[in-house]
Design a protein. Structure first.
Length: 212
């Protein structure tokens, strides 16, 4: 027997009906949406491993992405303390997935959590070249640029963004945070970034520190 929860196991099995049913039940029971996301995320990690072991293929990766996105559409409005309409923004964050990488599920969760906790987020999308991050930081005056990176071979892109911010004279005023499954402290050091965040909650803490 595995130690996975029923939801995580259903996710790993890509049993769409069961996953949606369980998520609906948890929402109705008033469970914390962040906990629900965590359970699904554990499923995603396991699916990644099965893919590495050639037990799952690209079609399964695609399907896991579709299921996760449907769940997020339900959970997104429940994330954070949803900002009051007239409340001023706590600060601006520029975020995107680096060039040649099209993974956006994790980035989108970070965007939702930051917006939900009162930050203005300029989301540049996926496959974003370094100069776009620099231009957006300049234009918006953001004090934080967030880079999502899920592929080992795009690590140099992280470094490129940091270097181009430096070349544009912005490095003293703009901090850089990186995230995405294969990122860690070592990757942060390689890139010359200021922060590594393991999840969306850590991203919120970083913003609090910068915009306190
Ligand atoms: C779903 C998925 C896909 C989907 C993506 C759908 C989408 N719209 O995003 C599709 C099918 C498109 C895909 C494609 C590919 N994938 Co893919 N994919 C995955 C999978 C299974 C899940 C990723 C995911 O969404 N996780 C769930 C989210 C919630 O987690 P997360 O991204 O880590 O985000 C959290 C934190 O990391 C953090 N965070 C994330 N971003 C940021 C940013 C900032 C600023 C901060 C502060 C925090 C932060 O907060 C998030 C929320 O808590 C992973 C396995 C894994 N372990 O990650 C493989 C994985 C990332 N993919 C992999 C590969 C190899 C590929 C392909 C090259 C496959 C192929 N042969 O074509 C292509 C590459 C396409 C491209 N050019 O980008 C490998 C990468 C290996 C590596 N380290 O280099 C992985 C690790 C699978 C594996 N184990 O082999 N993939």
């Amino acid at each position: 027997m595995s130690n996975f929860t029923e939801l995580t196991q259903a996710f790993i099995n890509l049993d769409e009906e069961k996953v949606y049913g369980l998520v609906q039940k948890k929402i109705a029971a008033g469970e914390d949406p962040v906990g629900i996301i965590k359970e699904c995320n554990e499923g995603m990690t396991e699916i990644g491993k099965l893919f590495e072991q050639n037990e799952y293929f690209l079609s399964e990766l695609i399907m896991s992405g579709e299921i996760f996105k449907s769940i997020m559409a339900k959970l997104e409005p429940m994330l954070g303390d949803v900002q009051q309409e007239n409340e001023p923004s706590k600060g601006t964050v520029v975020i995107g997935t680096v060039k040649e990488d099209i993974h956006d599920i994790g980035k989108d969760i970070v965007v939702s959590m930051l917006r939900g906790t009162g930050y203005e987020v300029v989301d540049l999308g996926v496959d974003v070249p370094a100069d776009k991050f620099v231009a957006a930081a300049k234009e918006t005056g953001a004090k934080l640029v967030g880079l999502s990176c899920l592929l080992n071979f795009t690590f140099p892109e992280l470094k490129k963004v940091v270097d181009e911010l430096d070349a544009a004279g912005l490095r003293d005023t703009v901090k850089v945070a990186i995230g995405g499954a294969p990122c860690n402290e070592e990757v942060r050091k390689f890139a010359g970034a200021d922060y590594y965040a393991k999840d969306a909650a850590a991203a919120v803490s970083i913003c609090k520190e910068i915009y306190q």
